[in-house]
Design a protein around this ligand. Structure first.
Ligand code: PLP
Length: 427
């Protein structure tokens, strides 16, 4: 249960904001409770309006890879803002950010900035359709790509059935163009491509799906997707909004050595300000307006504050050998959690890559969202609330992945493990 002032603010918020929040998961519905309201955040800690401080593993849903309000970013924002907060005309920050992304992300030869990850995936899909002259796309059940109409589609009942709208307000004609398949199922993909492969504009996926717990591709799966899309002239899109610049400079594609045609990005590259980007092969990207026929635009796209903040964040990561440090912190937490599980006689599945992790309340293997659905959701909820009471904030849903930042100290991780030990006892 959160503090009295948070409760009061939530009651008031609900009178003027739908559900009291500006993005649904913030409402804590997946953990059957009400959210706390934040007064401030610094480093690894977030403090609510009732003055309770938590060690934060949500990190504003991924962007806060240095921790909250790092001086390098806040100072940059102050400096840049003095010269103007938006120009609506080209500025040098745009070239610097584009060059950085091209240098870091293997698939990207050219890149266009957007204001959110949703805009990035929406634009990448439109571009893939414009480039191929095809309408149908494949997405995977449990992969989230923002709130784009034709990506808010739930799985149909068979491999070749078309998706059903996952939200009111999405026309069936849109979802008809989206084929939803189980992640990690080679045969499902093969069946679709054998039958209508030359009609598929794109496959879009999170290469390490992180919105249905955190699951990994089976051996050879990403290479299989690369090969089959190349064979059929289908555009392969990696949605690395979550994993890009988080797991490595070049995201999952660098880690696994598989290069998609297009990549969607966001979160870390905005330093906590609104941002997104999509980029990839030059011949595809050159189909975007003003030189190509695929329209895409944004009043605030390439915003100087967001780009300068993002560049400061990437520079700090590079200077600090950030990905090595994050791996070490992740390894400390993993060893601790696995030790606790053993001590408590629990056999839960734990997944981690670098600074991203997820604990599943089951001993089963996790390969896609159907597996994740089989975990003990009530046990997760009890664990979540026990930790929150003890000052540790995990993602408020069993489907969320958690994030470690450079600001999480060894002491923070020890304190987290102490709280987890108590929470395991309670559940
Ligand atoms: N793609 C992935 C993989 C995401 O995790 C998200 C958001 O969490 C998005 C796209 C949408 O990004 P945004 O919330 O910035 O629109």
């Amino acid at each position: 249960m959160v503090g009295p002032l948070s409760q009061k603010l939530f009651a008031k918020a609900k009178t003027v904001i739908p559900g009291g929040v500006n993005s649904p998961v913030r409402a804590f519905k997946n953990v059957d409770g009400d959210p706390f309201f934040v007064r401030r955040a610094a480093g690894s800690r977030i403090t609510d309006v009732d003055d309770k401080t938590y060690i934060d593993y949500v990190g504003t849903w991924g962007p806060a890879i240095l921790g909250h309000a790092p001086i390098t970013i806040t100072q940059t924002i102050h400096e840049v803002a003095k010269d103007g907060v938006s120009f609506g005309t080209p500025c040098p920050w745009e070239i610097q950010m584009a060059q950085k992304i091209v240098d870091w992300v293997p698939s990207v030869e050219k890149v266009r900035m957007t204001n959110s990850g949703t805009e990035a995936t929406m634009s990448a899909i439109r571009l893939a359709r414009g480039f191929t002259g095809r309408d149908k796309i494949i997405k995977f059940d449990g992969c989230y790509h923002g709130h784009v109409d034709h990506l808010l589609v739930a799985a149909g009942s068979g491999a070749l059935t078309h998706g059903e709208p996952d939200s009111a307000g999405v026309p069936k004609d849109f979802s008809n163009q989206t084929i939803v398949l189980p992640y990690n199922d080679f045969e499902a993909i093969q069946t679709v491509f054998d039958s209508i492969g030359d009609e598929i504009a794109a496959i879009i996926l999170e290469p390490f799906p992180a919105n249905a717990g955190f699951v990994f591709p089976r051996e050879g799966y990403l290479q299989f997707l690369r090969d089959i899309t190349t064979k059929h002239g289908t555009v392969l899109i990696f949605d690395e909004v979550m994993t890009g610049f988080r797991l490595a400079k070049g995201g999952v594609q660098e880690l696994v050595g598989i290069t998609p045609d297009l990549t969607c990005m966001g979160k870390v590259i905005g330093g906590g300000l609104p941002v997104g980007a999509f980029g990839g092969r030059s011949d595809i990207m050159d189909c975007v307006a003003p030189i190509g026929p695929v329209y895409q635009a944004g009043t605030l796209s390439g915003n100087p504050l967001a780009l300068a903040a993002g560049l400061a964040q990437l520079q700090a990561l590079e200077d600090a050998d950030g990905y090595t440090q994050l791996e070490n912190k992740g390894a400390q937490l993993e060893a601790g959690i696995k030790g606790l599980l053993k001590d408590h006689g629990l056999d839960f599945t734990f997944h981690r890559a670098g600074s991203m992790f997820c604990l599943f309340f089951t001993d089963k293997e996790m390969w896609n969202v159907s597996d994740v659905n089989g975990a003990d959701m009530d046990a997760f909820k009890r664990f979540f609330w026990a930790l929150l009471d003890d000052g540790v904030y995990l993602g408020p849903s069993p489907y969320e992945t958690n994030f470690i930042s450079l600001a999480h100290s060894a002491g923070d991780i020890d304190d987290t493990l102490d709280a987890m030990s108590k929470a395991f006892k309670k559940i």
